[in-house]
Design a protein around this ligand. Sequence first.
Ligand code: ADP
Ligand code: MG
Length: 284
Amino acid sequence: MISVKNLSHSYNKDGKFQVKDVSFEVKKGEIFGFLGPSGAGKSTVQNILTGLLQLQNGEVKIADYDVKNPSKKRFNKIGMSFEQSNIYSKLTAKENLDFYGKLFDVSTVDSKELLQLVGLQGKEDKKAGEFSKGMKHRLTFARSMINNPELWFLDEPTTGLDPSIAADIKNIIKEKNDEGVTIFLTTHNMFIADELCDRVAFIVDGEIKLIDSPENLKLQYGEKLVEVEYIENNETKKETYSTVLPEDKEALEKVIRDHEIQTMHTKEATLEEIFIKVTGRGLV
Ligand code: ADP
Ligand code: MG
C-alpha cells in the first residue's frame, strides 16, 4: 500500500537532514506505526507521504497515486489527521465537517454520526474556535474519516486527550482496521504503538533504527521476569526473578516453598524499555 525508499528531507536545504535515508513498506490492511520521541521526524515523513510537504529525495509510492504528480482524486481514498488541527474556527463543528465533505467526489459519512462517534454530540452547532484543544483534536480526527478512507494517516491520534476519549479513539481505529482500512500512524506513546500497531518503526533523529512487530520485539529483547510479593517476619517483601536464569529459578522455588505468597506477576519488557535498549534514547 505504501512503499518508501531512501527518503530524505532537509527543511532548510542547508545540508542538515531532518529525515535521513528512510525506507519502509506498509502492507494493505496493516496498522504501521512510527514510534519515536518529539522531533524525531515522524510528522515530516507523514507530511511528505500525504503531499503536504514536497518530496525532495527518495522514492514514495502510495497505492495507485503518484506523490510527485498528485491528482485531486487521490484525496477520495485517503484520510489525514494532522497534529495541528487546521479547522475553521468561525464555522461550527457540523459546518466544518459538511464543508470538508463537499470536497470529495465520493459519498461521505453523515456529519452528525461522526460527531457522535468522537463524543462531540450536542456540540454540533458550537463554533470550533470555542472548542478546547482536545475537542479540536477530536473534530480533526472525525473529519479525517468523512470519506471512508482506504488509507488513513493519523499523526499522534490520542495525544492530549482524556484517557476515556483516547480509549474511544483507539477503538475506532481498531474497528476501521478490522473493516480493512490500512493505517499509518505516528506516536511517541508506547502504549498506543503496542496496542494498535501490527508493526512499528523506531525512529530517532530522522533515522529508522528497526522495524518489527511489538510481539517479536518483546520476544527478542524482553527478559522473562516474575515479580513476587511474599510475607517474611510479618513484613511484605517484593523480589523480581528471572524465569530463565537457573539461580533465580531456584530462589523463586525456595520463596514459594518457604513463604506465604501475596501476589505473583510475570513482567514483560515494555516497548519503551526496548526502545531505549535499541536506540539509547527515551520517548519524551
Ligand atoms: P516529530 O513529528 O517526530 O515530533 P517533526 O517531523 O515534527 O518530528 O520534526 C523533525 C525535525 O524537523 C525537528 O527537529 C523539527 O524541529 C524540525 N522541523 C519540523 N518542521 C520544521 C519546519 N517547518 N522548518 C524547519 N524545521 C522543522
Ligand atoms: Mg509530530
